[in-house]
Design a protein around this ligand. Sequence first.
Ligand SMILES: Nc1ncnc2c1ncn2[C@@H]1O[C@H](COP(=O)(O)OP(=O)(O)OP(=O)(O)O)[C@@H](O)[C@H]1O
Ligand SMILES: [Mg+2]
Length: 534
Amino acid sequence: MREAFSNRPTTVADYLTILRRRKWIVLVPPVAAAVAAFLLSLGQSPLYRASADVLVNRASVVTAITGVDPSGGDPTRYLATQASIARDPVLAKRISDASGIPGMTPDRVLAESGVTPSTDSDIVTITVEDRGRAAATRLANTYAAQFTEFTKERATTSVDDALSSLEVRLKSLAAHGQGTSALYAALLQQQGQLATVGRLMAGIASVLQPADHATKTRPRPKRNAILGFLFGAVVGLALAFLAEALDRRVRDEHEIDGVLGLALLARIPAPPRALQKTNDLVMLREPSGPQAETFRKLRTSIEFVNPDGAARTIVVTSAMEQEGKSTTIANLAVALARGGRRVAVVDLDLRRPYLSQLFHVGGRPGITDVALKHAALSDALRSIGLATGIQEMASLNGQGAPQNGRTASEGMLQLLPAGTLPPSAGEMLQDQRLIGVLDELATRFDVVLIDAPPLLAFGDTMTLSSHVDAIFALTRLSRVQRPILHEFGRQLQNCQAKLLGYVLTGVEHSESYRYMYEAYEYYARGTPHDKERV
Ligand SMILES: Nc1ncnc2c1ncn2[C@@H]1O[C@H](COP(=O)(O)OP(=O)(O)OP(=O)(O)O)[C@@H](O)[C@H]1O
Ligand SMILES: [Mg+2]
């Protein structure tokens, strides 16, 4: 359980680190969604919206005569009823006929419109959405007018019917000479009252606010692009944290400490891009730069854990490929040689030899050719000039360059490349003749550094471990998955040589590294005193 959550983010800085690491997952979805929403919106046909308000009085025949509201005083319910009535297909037919809009049908009227009762006033709002700006306004106004008319008709029909029958009665009484009777007078009075009610009912609905313009509801590319961006941002963030949760790569150096149980010898950031491209070594090209300092620290650590120099043949190994073994061992070799040691660096990665490229020398003859007696050891060993950096340092000190690439303290570096690659690298590494070459080197040099393939991929390093004095492990941060790291730790313990510690590669350029860089810049510029001296 602890293992699964060991790299769980806890601080704001942790979350920011995750966002920086997953920047593409975070950035691509919002940008893609914004662009997609923008382009899709542009392809949409336009739509316009217009609305008109109709005032509906809550009067009825009953209310007009008795003064009692039959709706029980619930205006919301009354207006909701009116809004439902407004969707009557008969009314829709009238609207489509009256609109005069070509192609307008009752179904289209209902599809393009909506009627909403207000909750805080006696108003129903008629809203129309149409592809034409003018058509939307016209349809909304026609709807409002026809609805008003329709409501009036519904309200006054019964009063009109009653008035008509009263009229008939009155005429009949008058025709029979009863025009002065009490009944006639009573009926006449009723007629007057009904006429008043009729006038009241006629005013039940009226257009309060006609539609005077229509607004465009689509396309709205900018708004949609913003919404798309926000949606994409949420998706991007979710994906980033999901990817982080599912990612089993080890990013925490304390976790590596715990799993390997070894001393940390050095933390080494990635080499500068320019040097990566040209396959150049920091220790040769930028010997007084800040990254070279990390290799000098590694040299010091190795000397510290191997104080008497008893371990002469030292192998580097890592769990997986491409973790920086060859680069590290080559730079370490230069650092040790600069420190006055006689160093041989041997490429025993017989599967992907790389050291000869890093030192820019030919790959043959090499150790395999020497082992098979196809070449002499002295012919296969290549002297590596240490002068480049020394010259720089010497010129900084105002001194001449040392001769033949040898420092004052007589350090030197020789490379033994892999040579002709054998068909079976594993068997070659068990060959006594090859082991003999290593033993020979150990007698001639103070330190023999050996580059080897990844421990978990091949048995080569395990085989080598019984013929060398020491091993140092190397792990690249954010590259190795947790189970692989555990397996690496287990297999390291099975190696027969002494474990010196481990080197962490791929570390971020930390604060201390930045400080070193600034200091380097400062000293590279020189002090005013230096300038005077020059
Ligand atoms: N300290 C480092 N931090 C991060 N990346 C590094 C470091 N050193 C080297 N690299 C980069 O890692 C890649 C592999 O480097 P290198 O060949 O030295 O690794 P390797 O472990 O020897 O690989 P292989 O297993 O293929 O032999 C190169 O692109 C190199 O620039
Ligand atoms: Mg390598």
